[in-house]
Write a protein that binds this ligand. Structure first.
Ligand code: CS2
Ligand code: MN
Length: 368
């Protein structure tokens, strides 16, 4: 596995590249131009500026998360071809700096949804909470205002210009079924995957988070069956997935280990994190360790090890610990702990299986 770390960019992230550099085994940054609204072409100069920043620390920028999809594409509106053309131009620009994987999602209107970004845990750390009752009673517009009011950072998927048009979007989606949304995804993939093949960039769709219907909007990336269907919409290795254990794992029927084996050829990016599930559908994001949550993170890493996974991996959201002041879910400390847990498991499986060809490319050993 190739360990990468999400970084939101200078001035938009409390974590510094010099800090990421000291986490064992991190070889690259997962990045995006978060200030650009979905649908805009990512300018070449800005893409190249990120490359220069990463180069200073010896990181690659192979993985982008996300190039967001304009709502017109998801809605199948008349102007979707214009936005697909823009997407293609962005792919071409990303190819010039060696990008290999683009993570994206196909969730209407919202990206992820939580009810508390700093929920208190018994040890006084905080984490992201999802409480189903609150979502049921919540007016989506209120939720949006609450999240947009977070003054310090731009949040992925919650860009202000999207919020302004929210009411109109809800109306537009009223007549869009899950099947329609799947057709719109197919239309998009049919146009874009040939370009990905030409430029050697793999697309990796991120599951819906949480993977069930919210605010009556359609949802099509929630189960193993749907992921499989998506990989068949255009049958190319460039049409792949981001297997996010935390997003998919809150749906009890989703067995992440089985998914790893079933979808192995199309997993281009792995997000690994744990969640604690409650009977009523609530969940909290816990630390990565298996016994701290409801997901078998040890078996998940073992499955990746057994399939000989050579793709990119990142720890996903972490808790906020040691009084860290950071973006919700994206502090330095807990994600770094998560990485060490993942490496610990990986190296142990490596030992057990007797692979003596341990890859030391990214080791922090002092060379003199
Ligand atoms: C991420 C998502 O921060 C997060 O919650 O898991 O925003 C993810 O980056 C997007 O859905 C991927 O397109
Ligand atoms: Mn994820």
């Amino acid at each position: 596995m190739r360990m990468v770390f999400r970084w939101f960019g200078e001035g938009n992230d409390s974590v510094k590249l010099s800090q990421i550099k000291q986490i064992p085994g991190v070889e690259g940054l997962v990045w995006a131009l978060h200030d650009l609204p979905a649908g805009e072409v990512w300018p070449l100069e800005r893409v190249q500026a990120i490359k220069r920043q990463a180069d200073q620390f010896g990181f690659h920028i192979d993985v982008v998360e996300s190039v967001n999809i304009h709502e017109s594409i998801k809605l199948g509106s008349d102007d979707r071809d214009y936005y697909i053309e823009n997407y293609i131009k962005t792919i071409q620009h990303l190819a010039t700096v060696g990008v290999k994987v683009i993570c994206y999602n196909f969730m209407p209107v919202f990206d992820w949804i939580r009810t508390d970004l700093f929920g208190l845990l018994p040890d006084q750390s905080t984490a992201l909470f999802y409480e189903s009752d609150k979502v049921r009673d919540m007016d989506p517009l209120e939720l949006v205002q609450k999240i947009a009011a977070n003054p310090d950072y731009t949040m992925p998927g919650w860009e202000p210009e999207r919020l302004e048009t929210l009411k109109g979007l809800f109306t537009a989606y009223q007549n869009v079924t899950n099947q329609d949304l799947m057709h719109h995804l197919k239309y998009f993939l049919e146009k874009v995957i040939p370009v990905c093949e030409e430029y050697d960039i793999k697309l990796a769709i991120h599951p819906d988070d949480p993977p069930w219907e919210i605010f009556t909007l359609p949802r099509i990336v929630t189960t193993q069956h749907q992921l499989k269907e998506i990989t068949q919409l255009v049958d190319s290795p460039y049409n792949g997935i981001t297997l996010c254990s935390g997003a998919l794992g809150v749906l009890k029927e989703n067995n992440i280990v089985t998914m790893i084996y079933d979808l192995r050829d199309r997993i281009h990016f792995a997000h690994i994190r744990n969640v604690q599930l409650f009977d009523n559908g609530d969940f909290i994001e816990t630390s990565h360790r298996t016994m701290d949550g409801s997901l078998p993170i040890d078996q998940i890493v073992q499955a990746y090890h057994e399939i000989g996974y050579t793709g990119y991996v990142r720890p996903d959201h972490g808790r906020h610990i040691w009084n860290e002041d950071c973006r919700p879910g994206y502090g330095l400390y807990d994600r770094a702990l998560g990485i060490m847990y993942l490496w610990g498991l990986w190296d142990a499986y490596q030992q057990i299986r007797g692979k003596d060809e341990v890859d030391v490319t990214n080791s922090l050993q002092f060379k003199r």
